[in-house]
Design a protein around this ligand. Structure first.
Ligand code: NAD
Length: 443
């Protein structure tokens, strides 16, 4: 059957079944989540193989990071779903005495999920968890840039769920556009801000609600009150995670001018000790750049910075003998209008900019679009507060990297350019639900 007809057929099925799914019990939804968990564990070796083929993801024990990061939210939902689903009783305001008031969380209906390529399994399946927990039906589209992971994701879903509950279609932009024609109830999109705009205008045609988990430039801000060697280790580990192809990657560093050189030395030492073997970049140390288009994009930032006279301390060329890796680079004091300071890098290039005044930090961040996350390394609370209060970002971690992402009791998401909406824990359940107020008067 042609894919267009198949998409319409599944949409019709789900549009009918969503009224059943809406009223399923906590027990039923928990059984679905358990089924999903078991399938992911069973498929873990295949998922791991696919991720290696798609982007050379390194080994983890016992499961690859993407699998573990998908199991945690499932367990959290299984453990908490009953309390999340319970209606909230509200005390009436003066004048409404005697009226019974409550908020019920009802499913949104048919939810469309689009995944990115950088964590092609995890970020396709993580939104599925709150979508199922909230009683929705789901149509998923894995990213076409990582086809092996897309194929195993499709196999897992088709084997585990009835298509009226969860369906999956593999394809690229043409399929994305076909799916965007459907009058679904909600679209959960993880990807670039550029495509996020396309998604939002498509959703507007049907007034579907949206969750947009987007990207941007996440700054790491370092003052002189911290242990610079320790911070350099933290930034090294963060920046090399998935070879910088991560929405939460520290995109660039803003550092007190007096400790800038010390930081650059310590960062490069970390890189040497952890990503190189006998003086050569270790191809097993981190993921590879996903495709030629992204390789060319990242290399172009280095060229542009070089042409504008920035100091490329080192790296920035294709690695010797590894055509899909780039030697990790540090670029010091790149001009504000250089591509590396304007665009999300999504690769192993770290611009390091010195500052003398807190106002420079605030102005630099305000000049760009609102970041998905901001990392502050400082023991000076007034500095931290001045930067946090003077700027806007999706989230903040102080003296560590992105730990706010891993805390299911905190909402995760961007703001404006870095995203709209939030998920994780109860926040994801509520995002994929409609909070329906009900007032009951005595008659
Ligand atoms: P992308 O926007 O290119 O692709 C995402 C999805 O959109 C894919 O399914 C793709 O098929 C579809 N798509 C692409 N072009 C389209 C078009 N013209 N019309 C309709 N659909 C289209 O994103 P990506 O390159 O896969 O991911 C990288 C981006 O995602 C980065 O900006 C990164 O910061 C962001 N990201 C954000 C988060 C988060 O949680 N906030 C997580 C991971 C990645």
């Amino acid at each position: 059957m042609a894919i267009r007809e198949d998409v319409s057929r599944v949409f019709e099925l789900q549009s009918e079944y969503k009224w059943v799914a809406k009223n399923t019990s906590a027990e039923y939804r928990i059984s679905q989540l358990r089924k999903l968990r078991e399938a992911i564990v069973r498929y873990a070796p295949e998922i791991e193989r696919a991720l290696k083929l798609d982007m050379g993801k390194p080994d983890y024990d016992p499961f690859i990071e993407e699998v573990v990061n998908t199991l945690h939210p499932i367990d959290d939902a299984i453990n908490n779903l009953r309390s999340w689903m319970a209606p909230t009783t509200v005390t009436p305001s003066p004048g409404n005495e005697g009226v019974r008031e409550e908020i019920r969380y009802e499913s949104r209906g048919v939810v469309l999920i689009f995944g990115p390529w950088n964590f092609p399994f995890q970020l396709l399946f993580e939104p599925l968890v709150p979508a199922l927990a909230a009683g929705n039906t789901v149509i998923m589209k894995p990213n076409e840039v990582t086809p092996h992971t897309a194929a195993v994701s499709a196999k897992l879903i088709r084997e585990t769920f009835d298509e009226r509950e969860v369906a999956i279609f593999e394809g690229g932009v043409d399929l994305a556009n076909e799916l965007l024609e459907l009058p679904v109830d909600h679209i959960f999109f993880t990807g670039s801000p550029a495509v996020g705009k396309i998604i939002m205008s498509a959703a507007a045609k049907h007034l579907a609600s949206v969750t947009l988990e987007l990207g941007g430039k996440c700054p790491a801000i370092i003052d002189r009150t911290v242990n610079i060697d320790e911070v350099a280790k933290s930034i090294g580990a963060a920046k090399s995670n998935n070879n910088g192809q991560l929405c939460l990657s520290p995109d660039y560093v803003l550092i007190d001018e007096t400790v800038k050189d010390q930081f650059v030395d310590a960062y490069l030492r970390w890189v040497d000790n952890n990503l190189y073997l006998d003086g050569r970049l270790d191809p097993a140390a981190t993921s590879h750049i996903v495709d030629d288009r992204n390789l060319a994009r990242v290399l172009s930032y280095v060229e542009d910075a070089r042409a504008r006279g920035a100091d490329i301390v080192r790296g920035g060329d294709v690695a010797d003998g590894i055509p899909d890796m780039i030697e990790p680079a540090v670029i010091v004091d790149a001009p504000a209008d250089s591509a590396v300071m304007r665009e999300e890098i999504f690769g192993p290039i770290l611009p390091v900019q010195g500052f003398a005044e807190t106002s420079t930090v605030v102005d630099t961040i305000r000049r760009g679009t609102k970041p998905l996350a901001m990392y502050l390394f400082s023991n000076d609370d007034s500095f931290v507060n001045e930067v946090v209060d003077g700027t806007s970002s999706g989230g903040v971690t102080v003296n560590a990297w992105a730990s706010h992402w891993g805390e299911p009791r905190l909402p995760f998401g961007g703001v404006n350019h870095s995203g709209i909406g939030r998920y994780h824990g109860v926040w994801g359940f509520q995002e994929l639900s409609h909070a329906k107020p009900i007032m009951r008067h005595a008659n």
